[in-house]
Design a protein around this ligand. Sequence first.
Ligand SMILES: Cc1cc2nc3c(=O)[nH]c(=O)nc-3n(C[C@H](O)[C@H](O)[C@H](O)COP(=O)(O)O)c2cc1C
Length: 254
Amino acid sequence: MQDNKKSAEGDTAHYQLSIINYQFSKAQSPERPTRKQACLTAAPRTHSQGRPPPLEGGAEILAKRRSETLVGELKKEVFIIMNTIETLMTRRSCRDFSPKMPDEQTVCEILKAGSYAATGMNRQSPIIVCVTNRHTRDWLSRLNADILGKADFDPFYGAPVIIIVLADKNVPTHVYDGSLVMGNLMNAAHEKGLASCWIHRAKEEFETTEGKEFLRSLGIEGDYEGIGHCALGYASGDPAPASPRKENYISFAR
Ligand SMILES: Cc1cc2nc3c(=O)[nH]c(=O)nc-3n(C[C@H](O)[C@H](O)[C@H](O)COP(=O)(O)O)c2cc1C
């Protein structure tokens, strides 16, 4: 667990590095148009061009990033800072976690990022329950495995932290809202150097008497549907590479 002084120093360091990265990006492309200019100057599609060029995948982005250089001591630090697109494209599901518990401050930052997901009409229908207690985590794992029909299997792949996202059934957008929270959690985890995996069957879990009792034991009353679990921790090995995107994933109507 980090003490307050250390945490404050960590934040400052991260902030400074972000500025360095920003200046670095600016220096690399001084002519970069503003977003509005980019829209106005985007090349129109021509028949001879046909499809737009393929998008770079996560691995290509990372390789490109690694080949960039910066002077002196800063070089190493810049490598580990990802911009949003890199984070989104290089996140992968982890299915082999180390038992090492991530520090509480990092977990709290990830939870906070989850709570800032967009929600329909800003009704903030989801709630987030973060399980770090070993006994509760193992109980949840058994409940999930029972639903899956695999008694001696840990559906959380050894992850020490299980973040449960539930959402208020009375809000028409609750499943969308909760799913966006899940996305934020997984991407924030990746940005913070932690591994994650969406684990399903939360809906069925919190339809059981045990599941409902668990929520009541935490003082959570209401009509909540389980959306998903974000298994969180350190990866034990390298994640599998992203599978290729299907050919017709993206279309344009220009
Ligand atoms: C709605 C949803 C449910 C999922 N449920 C599980 C699950 O129960 N167990 C699991 O190992 N992975 C689960 N995943 C993770 C997917 O299998 C994974 O996202 C997919 O294989 C793509 O891999 P990637 O996340 O590395 O890109 C789920 C993902 C989503 C979006």
